[in-house]
Design a binder for this molecule. Structure first.
Ligand code: HEM
Length: 91
């Protein structure tokens, strides 16, 4: 139950708040131990490149389905897809 662990109020202050600058952020998003995500360093590089660029180019976006459809997987829980409307896309 990685998603639940990442929102454990005994471990994280304001666990439901999206806080990309959170200090002491020993989360389980990439799992832990021997099966720790092999692609975690690449995923972090991609996120550091893509997310600021997306925020720079998009002035407004909103969820088209709220909540979005979730995968039927309690262990690796997350949206199956995340349809959003994007406006103000600049080059
Ligand atoms: C934000 C992006 C990503 C997230 C959140 C993520 C998350 C995870 C998690 C939670 C696991 C453990 C799954 C389990 O043991 O049940 C895992 C394993 C793994 N991930 Fe990722 N991953 C991401 C991106 C990537 C990328 C970009 C690659 C490859 C280029 C990758 C390759 C792998 C591999 C090969 C494993 C299996 C490791 C093993 O079992 O020893 N992942 N990942």
């Amino acid at each position: 139950m990685l998603a639940a662990a990442n929102r454990d109020p005994k471990r994280f202050e304001n666990p439901d708040r999206f806080d990309p600058d959170r200090k002491d952020n020993e989360h389980l998003g990439f799992y832990t131990g021997i099966h720790y995500c092999f692609g975690a360093p690449l995923a972090r590089i991609e996120l550091h490149a893509a997310v600021p660029e997306l925020f720079r180019r998009v002035t407004f976006s909103r969820l088209l389905e709220d909540p979005p459809p979730y995968r039927a997987n309690a262990v690796l829980r997350g949206p199956r897809h995340l349809p959003v409307a994007i406006e103000g896309l600049t080059a």
